[in-house]
Ligand binder design. Structure first.
Ligand code: COA
Length: 374
């Protein structure tokens, strides 16, 4: 058995941002247009009018101030209301592969590892731009990596589940150097015309390099242990898939083909599940709250994170103990906790321990306990 360690992380951040104010202006223009076009049906009580969104609501309900996206123009055009991401020719790199490669190169450079040394690639994300060949295998080719690669999807928990899968393989010896990549194009599966959720997501890609401890060239993080759990729920769901063609009523613009959630229920059901999961995981490792220097939590909602942080530490965490990045990135699905880890961990001292945790659709929750080593 080998001790798996995290020796590098990387974040690809798109160049375009949308502030809450910009988003709300576009949404309200779309709503006004919809209401004008449907004035007769609305007056007849056949169609519900679309209410306005507000920046104040968005910030107060979520803590989000802006989001990064791959295509701002399409999202903010009241006649389009989605990113304009054209399918590329088969001989060009896919969009997810391109984002993943950028994050991967940063992680490899931090670890001092060449792409050709990697022998396992997992592309773990909540939505994939195609069914097959696996995006991970395309990344393997583009990086000149060896071994094998595959895609996996556990929605917002994809990164921690990917880290568990990769670290178990490194521990067992079936891989030596593994990249877990989370290219999340959330803007493509968000319904930007739905006021209740149009502000939630942003785009990003993260990368985590896992290798044997004896091969790590510099500072790294021992993966002490990982823990994953799932429990079925329909409260976060996206029905997009090949069965969409077989719906008998022939509807072409089905709301359930994009991200759907019952946000209030998610709050109520996921918070106790995650708090208990983290407590059980720490217990299994013989750790108590005073042993944890930092929590890198899934980044969906600030209130949610504040609640979990307080529950785990038994007191209100200091801002540096539970860093939030969702004010800049919004919810980036599986990538959120890895952005927080990547951007808010370099100050930690050898011997200090922290916990990465992601949670979301499924329901699913995954946690990874890591200790800094020189
Ligand atoms: N602008 C203005 N008002 C809005 C609005 C918007 N963009 N969106 C919703 N509202 C209104 C609602 O219509 C509702 O009005 P009502 O009380 O008259 O019915 C009111 O604001 C409260 O809406 P609600 O959805 O209950 O808000 P909330 O406080 O639960 O916050 C979320 C919404 C989505 C931010 C929150 O539920 C959440 O973050 N849940 C967990 C999400 C999560 O983790 N999901 C996982 C995704 S991977």
């Amino acid at each position: 058995m080998y001790q798996p360690v995290i020796s590098g992380t990387g974040v690809f951040t798109p160049s375009q941002t949308i502030t809450n104010d910009e988003l709300v202006v576009a949404f309200n223009a779309y709503a006004d247009k919809f209401n004008t076009e449907n004035a007769a049906s609305i007056a007849a009580g056949e169609v519900e009018p679309k209410p306005h969104s507000s920046s104040e609501f968005i910030f107060n309900a979520s803590g989000i101030e802006q989001r990064y996206v791959l295509d701002k123009d399409g999202i903010l055009d009241p006649d389009v209301m989605h990113p304009l991401l054209n399918q590329r020719d088969d001989d060009q790199p896919g969009v997810m592969a391109e984002m993943a490669i950028d994050a991967a190169r940063k992680a490899l450079s931090e670890a001092g590892v060449d792409g050709s040394e990697v022998d396992l690639i997992l592309v773990a994300a909540s939505n994939h731009e195609r069914a097959y060949p696996a995006i991970a295998i395309e990344v393997q080719e583009l990086l000149g990596a060896q071994g094998f690669a595959f895609d996996m999807n556990v929605a917002c928990s994809s990164a921690t589940f990917g880290i568990q899968a990769a670290s178990d393989m490194v521990r067992a010896g079936s891989a030596k150097k593994a990249l877990v990549l989370n290219p999340e194009i959330c803007s493509a599966h968000l319904e930007w015309r739905d006021r209740d959720c149009h502000f939630i997501f942003g785009d990003v890609a993260t990368a985590t390099l896992i290798e044997r401890k004896e091969d790590a060239k510099g500072a790294h993080w021992d993966i002490l242990s990982t823990s994953c759990a799932t429990q079925f729920s329909n409260n976060i769901r996206n029905n997009n898939g090949f069965l969409r063609r077989t719906r008998p009523d022939g509807m072409s613009d089905r709301r359930d083909m994009q991200f759907m959630q019952n946000g209030r229920k998610v709050f109520k059901e996921v918070l106790p599940m995650v708090s208990k999961h983290i407590a059980d995981h720490m217990n299994e490792e013989g750790l108590d709250a005073s042993d944890l220097k930092r929590l890198w939590l899934h980044q969906a909602n600030k209130t949610m994170n504040d609640f979990i942080g307080k529950k785990v530490l038994g007191r209100t965490p200091e801002p540096e103990e539970q860093p939030n990045i969702l004010q800049y990135y919004a919810n980036t699905s599986s990538a959120g906790s890895i952005i927080a880890f990547s951007q808010h961990s370099s100050d930690m001292q050898p011997g200090e321990t922290g916990l990465i945790c992601s949670f979301g659709a499924g329901y699913s929750v995954g946690s990874v306990i890591v200790t800094r080593r020189a």
